[in-house]
Ligand binder design. Structure first.
Ligand code: GCW
Length: 604
């Protein structure tokens, strides 16, 4: 068992980029095919593969040579034709955010410890980091933030002379793979350096950041920029000083500007001290309310990073209306690969299908960039659950080309990683493609969200977030469940363009999977198939458990076909998943039985 176990062959990369790019005519002989590399000025990440007049193939590009070389290798291994014509990524910034703490833990990490830090210091295995860089570059990822957006005091040192040489070493390590670093910074960092304030409109503060950024770029000249979580879940931010987020973001953006740096500013801002009795405040409205009025006020090198849904990576959410607003502002879509609410890399959950649904309603052009919270750690197979790798692979593919189908990408990952016989391939493929619907079937019903255990967020607890301060309520009583978020209710739907507003306002056109996100409904409400709401919740949960059990039987068939350690690891997790699904079913069904009095033969 080795930590390389992944979709890449276990050998040196076919080519890397040196900074500055110096690989103009570099022959690479890959599995018997001679590739000639040809540098093309100003091509960015674009590449082209075509047959060479003197035999063999030619890959043309600038930084794109790297992506072309990986794609050529992949095609060769899978027996696919090389892509025709110029290949251009849809997003120039394809980012991954690590939520790694300098003590070595990972916030919401389910795959071991940090690859970068231990006990307050940089500590890493350079060979493994190089393999990681290769893994990311092979699917086109080109920016990583290595530390948690919740920046502890200890992590502030990343921007300090104590740690900058080591940050520079990491940047050097990733640079040949076309990957640049972001650093998550603390908005109030000047306070640690004896400034009386971190007010973004204070000239002393602006000067402090200018000096700090100058220092940072002296050590790490190819740094991509900073990532900031401000005024969010207890983090400091411009609101502390009565300023708005454009004032806060522009302060840092101006300091980064001379070095070509960008400022990625997260929009995960809401009142996390809400009183549950307050029915006027509706958390999904918060991000739009904070940011939409500031459209056009942000500096050109600011990118607003917006979670895909208006809540927080729940199993089923509509797209965030903020993604469709602010036409004069650069925006990045934020996804979460680490399975915080989606099974914690115990339950199987392949997520590319979810991203397609987002792109259906949010055209790719409304965003400038994409970001995803990493699902990676020090575990031998990188992602804890060996099959969770598919989400990282699919993210890279999607960031390059969001139209690639879930099926195509899943096939590619499976063939590169396990190369199973047809029957076994079909079994695992089906497990992955259906995994999301099955997980959704036994967890919070019909877009209701937040029925998880507070804190760690695994397993059912329908009242766990009901009387707290996080704005996460379903308000179930003996008559009805859900919050009316339509134009007649909290008005959340008014934040959408007409087409989506009308779709969600109307119970008949609202997708059933989101019905309880947008509507408050009585238990006897009749669903499209004629069943009542509560009957549907009950039966969906029972069916989902049967599906998990069937999935376990499918997995059993793969014994002896998958590498033993892969099978054993997946099997252990599947046993836990079956238990988890049953627990969800029993708790959710019982909860709604008790409230609604719905009689059922399976009632506990
Ligand atoms: O959902 C919450 C998570 C936090 C996370 C936060 C965020 C990094 O529970 O762990 O903090 O989202 O996205 O900032």
């Amino acid at each position: 068992m080795q930590w390389e176990a992944c979709w890449l062959p276990q050998r040196d990369p076919p080519c890397t980029l040196s900074t500055p790019l110096q690989i103009a005519h570099w022959e690479l002989n890959q599995e018997g095919i001679a590739f000639q590399l040809e540098a093309r000025e100003n091509w960015g990440d674009r590449y082209e593969i075509r047959q060479h007049e003197q035999g063999g193939y030619l890959i043309g590009g600038n930084t794109g040579l790297l992506y072309g070389a990986y794609r050529a290798m992949e095609c060769k291994r899978l027996g696919l034709a090389y892509p025709q014509g110029e290949q251009t990524p849809d997003y120039t910034l394809r980012m991954l955010n690590h939520w790694d703490n300098v003590d070595g833990t990972i916030e919401r990490g389910y795959a071991g410890q940090s690859l970068f830090f231990r006990e307050g210091h940089f500590q890493y295995d350079a060979a493994r980091l190089r393999a990681y860089a290769r893994l990311l570059a092979s699917v086109g990822i080109n920016v990583i933030c290595i530390n948690n957006v919740n920046v502890t005091l200890a992590a502030q040192a990343l921007l300090d002379e104590r740690f900058l040489p080591e940050l520079a070493a990491i940047a050097e390590l990733f640079a040949p793979f076309g990957i640049r670093l972001l650093v998550a910074a603390d908005f109030a960092m000047p306070l640690q350096y004896d400034l009386p304030t971190a007010d973004p409109m204070d000239e002393q503060v602006a000067a402090w950041w200018r000096n700090r950024v100058e220092l940072v770029y002296r050590y790490v000249p190819n740094l991509c920029g900073f990532l900031i979580k401000a005024d969010s879940e207890g983090r400091p931010g411009p609101h502390t000083y009565g300023r708005n987020h454009a004032q806060g973001a522009n302060l840092l953006a101006e300091a980064l500007e001379p070095y070509g740096g960008i400022l990625v500013w997260r929009c995960f801002v809401y009142n996390c001290r809400q009183d549950w009795r307050d029915i006027l405040t509706d958390r999904p409205k918060a991000a739009y309310e904070h940011y939409a009025p500031l459209d056009g006020c942000f500096a050109h090198n600011v990118i607003l990073q917006i979670k895909h849904g208006p809540f927080d990576f729940q199993v089923r959410e509509p797209p965030s209306p903020l993604l469709l607003a602010m036409p004069r502002t650069r925006k990045a879509l934020e996804l979460q690969l680490t399975q915080e609410y989606t099974g914690q890399q115990i339950d199987l959950y392949a997520m590319q299908g979810m991203w397609h649904e987002i792109f259906e309603d949010v055209p790719g052009q409304s965003m400038d960039a994409v970001a995803a919270v990493a699902n990676i750690g020090s575990d031998v197979n990188w992602t804890g659950h060996p099959f969770a790798q598919v989400n990282l692979f699919a993210y890279g593919c999607t960031a390059w080309n969001p139209t690639l189908s879930f099926e195509t990408v899943t096939d590619r990952w499976l063939r590169l990683t396990y190369n199973l016989e047809e029957d076994a391939h079909a079994i695992l493929r089906r497990m992955l493609l259906t995994s999301r619907a099955i997980y959704e079937g036994y967890t919070a019903p019909l877009g209701l969200c937040w029925m998880v255990n507070p804190g760690h967020h695994y397993g059912p607890n329908p009242m766990g977030y009901e009387y707290d301060r996080w704005g996460t309520y379903h308000r179930a009583d003996r008559y009805a469940v859900g919050i009316d978020r339509t134009s007649k209710g909290t008005g959340f739907t008014d934040q959408y363009p007409t087409r989506l507003r009308e779709r969600y306002n109307n119970r008949d056109s609202c997708p059933e999977s989101l019905l309880l996100f947008f509507h408050r409904l009585p238990y006897g409400y009749v669903m499209k198939d004629g069943r009542t709401l509560v009957q549907r919740i009950d039966e969906d949960h029972r069916q989902a458990v049967q599906e998990v059990e069937a999935m376990r039987e499918s997995l059993r068939e793969l014994q002896g076909k998958l590498p033993t350690w892969v099978f054993d690891s997946a099997w252990d997790r599947m046993q836990c998943q079956v238990q988890n699904a049953k627990e969800w079913r029993d708790v959710i069904c019982d909860f709604f039985h008790r409230l609604s009095g719905f009689p059922h033969e399976n009632q506990l």
